[in-house]
Structure formats: C-alpha cells, structure tokens
Design a protein around this ligand. Structure first.
Ligand SMILES: [Fe+2]
Length: 267
C-alpha cells in the first residue's frame, strides 16, 4: 500500500527472471527482522496466517526473492508478487491487485529504522501480507478491492483506503482461541503486534463496514482503534456489498471524531 508521497529508499532492480541482488548487510537486516518477529507473531497471529508462514517457509538468512514467493502463492490462490519501485501511483496499485499481483517494493529498511518505518519495505510486504495471500477469502477480497479502486473516483479511493487500512493492514480477528491479528501492518511491526492485543489503550470494535468508512486514521502512530472481524467470510461478504453506495452513506453521515491529536497526516 502506498502510504507516503515521498521515500528516501530506492527499490532494487530485478533481472529478467525477477531476482534482485542484496548486500550481506541487507540480508542480515532480514535475518534480524524475521528471527525477532517469528516468536512474536506465534500465538498472536491467526491460524490462517501461521499456515501461510508454514507454506511459504521463508529463508531466515537472506531476503526472499519474489519469484520464489510467487510460486507458492500461485499454487495456493493464483497470486504473485510483483517487484515495484518504492512508491507507485494508485492506478498501478489497484491495477496490480485487480490482476492478482501484490506489489512489493524490493528494498529493505536500513538498520536505523529496524523497528519502524512508514514506507512499506519488502519485510512488510512479504512477511506481513504474503502468508494470508495463501488464504482464498483474503486473496479474493484483496482482488475485489483492486477492481473497485481501479474504477473509483479519487474521493472514493480515499474512502476505500480506510477499508484496506482497517482490514488488510490493521485488522484483528476473533477466533475460538481468542483475539488474533491478521493485518499485515501489525504483523510486520514488533511493537504493534503486542500492543494491539495486550495494551488497554486502544479501542477494539466489532467490524462494521459503515463504521470503518467513517473512521479517520493516521499512518504514523500506533492505531488508537482496531476493528475485529469474527471470520474471514466477513471480508468475502464485503465483496458482495455495494461499497460505493456505502461510501456515499458514510459521507452523508460524516466522519467520526479522530481519537488522536489532529495533525497534517490525518486521512
Ligand atoms: Fe501493507
């Protein structure tokens, strides 16, 4: 997801087979990130995500390559990872999703931004999102989101981005074993994976599409509110809703008061 308008990172070029070359230090950043994060997501991520982790079997000592990840996704849901520059236009973003291609900027964060960065790097895209792209309901919702966005007006795209934000990026799911995480923005973050489940500070509300569309968010803070689905079919059912009509209703009703200090990064 394109969160920012500018980036200090440059994506790695890939060869004609889709492979990028990484330095030893870049591979070590991946190693440090995945070694640290696997024990944190265990018991906190939903079972579908952990199943995807098993299927993808990411290398621990080097950054995974897009074609290798794609071959697993292709077999499970027909998806592929598409190497892209650090930031891409919304048209390209939606077009890729509509065609079952998940955009992944091929750069990895610098060591001084190990814990947090605003740009989605390859750790976020691959570790955060790809495990659930092996799940059909999640994959179908992501594709439909792309198709909707492709034909939406710029104003409606801003509203659609809320749905993406509070599901694909920062969604929680209630399971028979308790509350779990499925949002990739959370699962690629050391602190937020724990915070979203265990802190008394944030609100956790049952997922309601109209409520989500009326909720403002900021990209640069831990989320003050998370929406909880009770099954991945909830995402699947969203596909059949007239989301554009719902967007118009949300606009008529107006936005909720932000639960954070109002600043320039409000969305
Ligand atoms: Fe993302």
């Amino acid at each position: 997801m394109a969160y920012k308008k500018t980036s200090s990172y440059v994506a790695k070029p890939v060869n004609d087979k889709g492979y990028a070359t990484y330095t030893d230090d870049e591979n070590r950043v991946w190693q440090d990130l995945i070694t640290r994060q696997i024990p944190i997501v265990a018991g906190r991520a939903c079972d579908e995500y952990m199943h995807g982790i098993d299927l993808l079997n990411f290398p621990k000592n080097r950054i995974p390559q897009c074609p290798d990840v794609s071959s697993v996704l292709q077999a499970e849901t027909g998806w592929a990872l598409e190497p892209v520059p650090a930031l891409i236009p919304f048209d390209q973003f939606f077009n890729l999703l509509a065609n079952k291609k998940f955009p992944a900027a091929t750069f990895i964060r610098r060591r001084d931004e190990l814990d947090y960065l605003q740009e989605p790097d390859i750790f976020h895209e691959v570790f955060g999102h790809c495990p659930l792209l092996t799940n059909q309901a999640y994959a179908d919702f992501t594709q439909t989101y792309g198709k909707l966005g492709l034909h939406a007006s710029p104003e409606d795209r801003v509203m659609l981005a809320k749905l993406y934000w509070f599901t694909i990026e920062f969604g929680l799911i209630e399971t028979h074993s308790g509350l779990r995480v499925y949002g990739g923005g959370i699962l690629s973050s050391k602190d937020e994976t724990i915070y979203c489940l265990e802190s008394p500070i944030p609100q956790r509300k049952p997922f309601d599409a109209l409520d989500v569309l009326r909720t403002p968010y900021r990209i640069d803070i831990k989320q003050p509110i998370y929406f909880v689905i009770n099954h991945f079919n909830v995402l699947f059912q969203l596909i059949d809703m007239d989301l554009i009509a719902l967007i118009q209703k949300a606009r008529r009703l107006g936005m909720h008061q932000p639960l954070y200090p109002v600043g320039e990064k409000n969305v």
